[in-house]
Design a protein around this ligand. Sequence first.
Ligand SMILES: [Mn+2]
Length: 398
Amino acid sequence: MTVKRLIEGWSELTPAAVAGRHVLAIQDTSEIHFSTKPMHRRGLGEVGKGNARGVLAHVMVAVDADNGACLGLVTGDIYNREGRVSTPHAQRALEDKESKRWEETAQAAKPVLAAARLVTAVADRESDIYHYWASAPEPNFHLLTRMMHDRGVAGGGTVWEKTANWPFVATREVALSATPDRAARKATVSLRFGAVTIRRPNGKGMGHLPKTMTLRLVEAVERDPPAGVEPIHWRLLTTHAVDDVAMAWQIVDWYRLRWVIEQLFRLMKSDGLRLEDSQLETAEGLMKLTAIGAKAACVILQLVQARDGGAEPATNAFSQPEIAVLDAVNATVEGKTARQKNPHARHSLSWASWIIARMGGWSGYPSSRPPGPITMRNGWEHFRAIAKGWALRDTCIL
Ligand SMILES: [Mn+2]
């Protein structure tokens, strides 16, 4: 099984899960660090600052724009920078290639998400690349990205100059989720918005792109931040039409759902699978582990999201044969009293989540602490072993 084949397998259930929905296709890159010694690098290249070694996981996840439910992985890439040579030219080629991942991932997402009603590709500042703006959008495929740096606008001047005097038109309290660089907190955010016509930057390979593009800018600012915090200042660019305050807040709220991919990465690392503790010896093995880990983290995230109920179907995370196994297992993990029965609608994702949590050692009583990622991870691994055995039995009988 190659890394490429494993990544292709990420989206097996996703096309059906996204059908008819407005999907946020959220992409980001995470460094997966593995410890190495100078004489024993495990074939791993550099990641980040300092002398950390590891692999990079670029992942796109599908999220329901209306309810925030994780609908599955879409596509991505796992790569290792080993072999990076230190001549500036070779480095530039690699950087070019790495910056293309935003656009390539968006293009690769289109067939997977073909049945969605609407797609909005969401990403952080790294994806604010003119080529991406000019190439990825389609009538039913929108972009939403935070601006990385100021840009020239048609007719002269820059976006930040042109918009400096726009009036703030609304203020609201916004709940900020925890990220690697920020604790969770509430922020009072003011907002202004309008159209901006950005200009094509000079540079090689740009000549075939349109000279200008008209996009909408939604700027969300914490104008009076509490002491000691980094104030929020998001300049969000989008291909969506933003004609009123409600839509401008909608853009902010869609961007906030980018947090789902932060959760996914956390589940791959400290908060769940602990991939970085792996003792595997080769970069190839660690890349495969990371590809398998991304898929596992996605299922765990779906199960944790569904633990308190909701209308999502089990098919978002389980194949039909797996659902047959869940049916059989449910009977063995339910107790005799009403309080020990699975309280969720059969074949809902919440129903599956209840079964997996029980398999992970959760008591199942409504009064007990809700099952977290570790319980789900243990339950899912247990379940996978049973499902494998079940498939084997079918094969042997046939
Ligand atoms: Mn990023």
